[in-house]
Design a protein around this ligand. Structure first.
Ligand SMILES: Cc1cc2nc3c(=O)[nH]c(=O)nc-3n(C[C@H](O)[C@H](O)[C@H](O)COP(=O)(O)OP(=O)(O)OC[C@H]3O[C@@H](n4cnc5c(N)ncnc54)[C@H](O)[C@@H]3O)c2cc1C
Length: 506
């Protein structure tokens, strides 16, 4: 029987990102994926097209994968500048498009220019290709055609059963999507709200496409989105989620729904690909049961509106990876692993509400349409646009780490030293980073006690936002900021809280 530190169930973007984080930290990792091979038309453009937001893009950037992701996504590199610029893409709320030029970049919290854009478009297939290539380099094994059907916990291990074989691991993470088998088998409670609509996404041949408007169209009977690729259409039918999603929607059904929600007599002549989704909004009450953890859609589901599911999942993986690795290596301080649920669950709860709010505004009834008008007016203001953009781009996320300093708990700004080195460049090896901007390197001796877990970097910064030093966790979250000599003890306390006692050899 094969034994691993961690078995990850599901080689979607979340499972693969987590696998890379654990591989980087020298854990032995096996990923089990039920599909027989990695690529499928559902995950490639156009149906597999996905928007990534700031935290996700930063996560790729901080591990040295940004160039590969941008290139594979057909996006030009972001200019290397120290001047704050407005974002290039802005997004939407319930189909109401934001004007990127109306965003006030100075109102976005602690933002510094960075090669990592705030939003970008890519596809599941592209993300998975970039991640699986890196995972292979890090020694992670991915087995395709391996469907997990049983998970059994023991005192010191967990066994995982596929049709072919049983595997043993110290930890198992279910990254197996919205209908997670691991979630069910391990007995996680999954709570939330039932759907208002059935959603469809399809690639079809349309006889008379000009009957449909481009982009988002809200009608008095529903909503449809005509995408840029010919024949790529998404639609939302407010049927209370009545469609039986275990069956494949037929051409006749799709045409009937499209006619209903568009209020036209548009005709489909062929459907190449079609799938369904709903706005069911649920999350598990905890992300850990003993030695089994969940991440991504396995832990939380909601409507794809606003494009946040993948981003939340990647955030889970980045948050969990270093904590689980420290637990495997025995350096984790008490309770570190449980901060995963403590930090990530409230974020998903807010994302669920964000998606519920959009559904409420889009419902084809007079009350919802009245709220829509109010929101449209608010979004037309600079403050409104900046607020909504902050939510869409994930720049709003701040964990409560017990500090009153408004930067602590947020994704670290991409500080840049005078020699041009950026914080992102210092994070490739997965350690935390202590950035010391002081002339006398006042943090040096304190930080070096954790040398194998925290990278110490010193130098004047081009913009230090008034800070003397910053401690950044491996997931890029600011754990501590320093301003005075007396702070050294505070630094040591916080370093021990996140990285464990310096006396423990990993
Ligand atoms: C139309 C649409 C548009 C979307 N747009 C966006 C967007 O723009 N931005 C965004 O952030 N999110 C978006 N989302 C949501 C996003 O696609 C998901 O949140 C994301 O794919 C979740 O990733 P995951 O790795 O958790 O799960 P998945 O991508 O579902 O991957 C799970 C993997 O586990 C495997 N698996 C399942 N069961 C087993 C088993 N028993 N054994 C082994 N393997 C198993 C599956 O085959 C799959 O490969 C959209 C969703 C839809 C439907």
């Amino acid at each position: 029987m094969d034994e691993f530190d961690v078995v990850i169930v599901g080689a979607g973007p979340v499972g693969l990102f987590l696998a890379c984080e654990l591989g980087l930290a020298d854990c032995s990792v096996l990923v089990l994926e039920r599909e027989p091979e990695p690529h499928s038309p559902w995950r490639a453009e156009p149906l597999g097209g996905r928007g990534l937001s700031a935290m996700s893009i930063q996560a790729f950037y901080r591990r040295g994968m940004l160039d590969a992701l941008l290139t594979a996504s057909g996006i030009d590199e972001v200019p290397d500048t120290d001047d704050p610029a407005p974002p290039r893409l802005a997004g939407h709320f319930a189909g109401m498009m934001l004007d990127a030029a109306a965003i006030d970049p100075t109102a976005l919290p602690f933002r510094l220019p960075s090669p990592a854009p705030e939003l970008m478009m890519t596809s599941l297939d592209t993300i998975e290709s970039v991640l699986s290539e890196r995972a292979a380099k890090l020694g992670v094994e991915i087995r395709y055609g391996a469907m997990v059907s049983a998970v059994t916990q023991h005192d010191e291990s967990v066994s995982v059963q596929t049709d072919e074989q049983e595997y043993t691991a110290r930890w198992v993470v279910g990254c197996d999507g919205g209908r997670s088998t691991v979630r069910r088998l391990a007995g996680f409670e999954f709570v939330g709200t039932e759907p208002q609509f059935t959603g469809y996404t399809m690639l079809a041949t349309i006889a008379d496409p000009d009957k449909l408007s481009h982009g988002f169209t809200l009608t008095s009977t529903g909503l449809y989105i005509r995408m840029q690729t010919d024949g790529h259409v998404a639609m939302m039918d407010f049927d209370g989620g009545a469609f039986d999603r275990s069956q494949q929607p037929t051409l006749e059904h799709l045409q009937a729904v499209l006619r209903r929600v568009s209020g036209t007599d548009v005709t489909l002549t062929e459907v190449q690909l079609a799938s369904t989704f709903t706005d069911r909004a649920m999350q598990t009450t905890t992300y850990r049961q003993g030695r089994v953890l969940l991440a991504g859609d396995a832990a939380h589901i909601h409507s794809p509106l606003g494009g946040q599911g993948l981003n939340s999942g990647l955030g889970d993986a980045g948050n969990l990876g270093w904590k689980l690795a420290a637990t495997v290596h025995g350096t984790a301080p008490d309770g570190l692993l449980d901060t995963y649920t403590g930090e990530r669950r409230p974020i998903a709860a807010k994302v669920l509400d964000w998606s519920r709010a959009q559904v409420a505004v889009m419902r084809p009834d007079p009350h919802s349409q009245a709220i829509q008008g109010v929101i449209r007016d608010l979004i037309a203001t600079g403050d409104g646009t900046t607020y909504v953009f902050g939510r869409i781009s994930s720049l709003w996320i701040r964990y409560d780490l017990g500090s009153e300093h408004p930067l602590v708990g947020r994704s670290a700004p991409d500080f840049r030293l005078e020699d041009g080195t950026r914080l992102g460049d210092l994070m490739h090896d997965g350690r935390g980073v202590a950035l010391d901007f002081s002339a006398d390197r006042y943090l040096h001796d304190a930080a070096m006690q954790w040398e194998n877990r925290i990278r110490y970097a010193a130098g004047a910064a081009r913009n230090h936002l008034g800070l003397r030093a910053v401690l950044v966790r491996p997931d890029g979250v600011v754990a501590w900021v320093g301003g005075h000599d007396a702070d050294r003890e505070a630094f040591e306390r916080v370093a021990e809280q996140w990285f464990g006692s310096p006396a423990i050899a990993p």
